[in-house]
Design a protein around this ligand. Structure first.
Ligand SMILES: NC(=O)c1ccc[n+]([C@@H]2O[C@H](COP(=O)([O-])OP(=O)(O)OC[C@H]3O[C@@H](n4cnc5c(N)ncnc54)[C@H](O)[C@@H]3O)[C@@H](O)[C@H]2O)c1
Length: 363
């Protein structure tokens, strides 16, 4: 087992990564302060892993809240179900919420924990690769709005993140690939040696090699923890760098309807769009963009944007959280392994948005 630390002063917390951690009460119980525990999961994950988790909570008053599965249910209406469960059980302020699931369950549970009686404890037990390498660490929580992805939410750090790598054996291949998009992101924004390691090991990762996956998770979480420790609340642009590909990606997710493209798939295409725009700005070479494209394709990820009008892209992108004083700011690459937040000339942005399958090709 590896243990990392997210260094946030008195709110610091451990990330435990290893096989067979789901039933480890010695890792969970030190972070539960009252007797009441609500496990939030969904109808796909609960039948697989709820019993193992509850087995680690004997002696506690454990209730469960099982949500429908899918990004399209990550909204205020379904968030309310968690509050209903808490109130029906008469849970008080020293209760603990545990998120058992992917990023959807984690984002919703964290938001509910932040809001219930003005804030109760919460624990992340992520079960997708994407949630293990990204969404369970760092405290961003929230739900979608019909007019914008992740637009309603708060920062709320968990007490501990328990990453059991065994649960990845039941994850559908498409979801594993979507998680790899966020893994590749760390290499692109700040860790060139990790990018090279991924290029070498992508076949093993896709094949589900447990030790390679554990190593990818460890390196990803190390990168994420370092960024979060330096800029927890995204006050500077540092934490925003984790959003490489997300402004384009969120536009794809919102435009296509939540759930049509997986979040990681939209981020993958979005990262190639960011690389393309970085090339148009003269920062990346065509070879660099090809290197990004090749790795994404080898990871089984989509790289061609959907057919969406430039105006529609721009409309969805205009509600991005990085917009300042009405001006769109994007995460771009000054070099592979070095991301920056920058504005881009509208004509270059439009060229990227209309490039379609010719991303990376200067016309
Ligand atoms: N908070 C953050 O910092 C942050 C960062 C990145 C992404 N996100 C959010 O995370 C969400 C995407 O997360 P996701 O990719 O985990 O999607 P998800 O939560 O929808 O999970 C993907 C699918 O896998 C299933 N699943 C989960 N674990 C499984 C397992 N072990 N075996 C079999 N099936 C399993 C789920 O039921 C679901 O059908 C998006 O809403 C995105 O906005 C948040």
């Amino acid at each position: 087992m590896h243990t990392l630390n997210v260094a946030l002063g008195h709110r610091s917390y451990p990330i435990h990564i290893g096989a067979g951690l789901l039933g480890r009460s010695d890792l969970l119980l030190p972070h539960i302060h009252g007797r009441q525990v609500l496990v939030v999961s969904n109808e796909t994950v609960a039948p697989l892993y709820l019993d193992a988790l509850i087995g680690a909570l004997s002696g506690y008053h454990v209730a469960t809240c099982i949500l429908p599965d899918g990004e399209s249910f990550k909204d205020l209406q379904h968030l309310d179900r968690i509050f209903t469960c808490l109130l029906e059980q008469r849970f008080n302020r020293d209760c603990t919420l545990i998120a058992l699931g992917g990023g959807v369950v984690g984002d919703m549970t964290g938001f509910a924990a932040a809001a219930y009686q003005r804030g109760v404890d919460f624990i992340q037990v992520p079960t997708t690769l994407l949630a293990q390498v990204d969404s369970s660490v760092g405290g961003k929580t929230g739900v979608n709005h019909a007019l914008g992805k992740n637009m309603i939410g708060v920062f709320k750090q968990p007490n501990v993140v328990l990453i059991d790598t065994d649960v990845l054996t039941t994850l559908p291949a498409r979801e594993l690939k979507a998680g790899l998009a966020e893994v590749i992101k760390y290499g692109l924004i700040r860790d060139l040696p990790f990018l090279a390691w991924l290029e070498q090991n992508i076949p093993g990762l896709l094949a589900g090699d447990a030790s390679l996956l554990a190593e990818a998770i460890r390196q990803s979480c190390e990168n994420k923890a370092a960024v979060v420790a330096a800029d927890e609340l995204e006050k500077s642009d540092l934490r925003a760098l984790l959003n490489l590909g997300h402004t384009f990606g969120h536009a794809i997710e919102t435009g296509m309807g939540y759930g049509a493209w997986l979040h990681g798939e939209a981020v993958a295409t979005g990262m190639l769009m960011a690389a393309d725009l970085s090339m148009r700005l003269g920062w990346l070479s065509a070879d660099d963009v090809l290197r990004v494209r090749t790795l994404l394709v080898r990871a089984g990820l989509p790289v061609d944007p959907p057919q969406m009008a430039v105006e529609e892209f721009l409309q969805h992108m205009s509600v991005d959280k990085k917009v300042k004083e009405g001006r769109l700011r994007l995460v771009l690459l000054q070099a592979l392994g070095h991301a920056v937040v920058s504005e881009a000339p509208p004509e270059l942005l439009c060229a990227t948005l209309s490039a379609g399958s010719a991303l990376g090709v200067l016309k």
